[in-house]
Design a protein around this ligand. Structure first.
Ligand code: FES
Ligand code: FES
Length: 79
């Protein structure tokens, strides 16, 4: 698999806690979007660790085409 699967063409809003680690699904195959559920095995993709810098609501990329990794950068608008 060379390209990730587009899980959603919009981001997922998630309330995160300062200092906590989250594992964003980069392959798009997880059934627990936007997070990894292990479905990437054999795809060549691995999850991206995101450590929340503060307690906040953040927008994890659902399209898997963000240039900045786990968080949405607006790239979904060009898909
Ligand atoms: Fe997609 Fe793990 S299921 S990176
Ligand atoms: Fe992927 Fe916005 S949802 S860049």
């Amino acid at each position: 698999m060379s390209e990730p699967v587009i899980a959603a063409k919009s981001p997922f809003a998630v309330a995160v806690e300062e200092g906590k680690d989250y594992y964003w699904c980069s392959c798009g195959l997880s059934k627990a979007q936007p997070f990894c559920d292990g479905s990437h095995k054999g795809s060549g993709f691995v999850p991206t660790q995101y450590t929340a810098p503060k307690t906040d609501t953040v927008y994890f990329c659902g399209c898997k085409h963000s240039k900045t990794g786990a968080l949405c950068d607006g790239s979904h608008k060009k898909l």
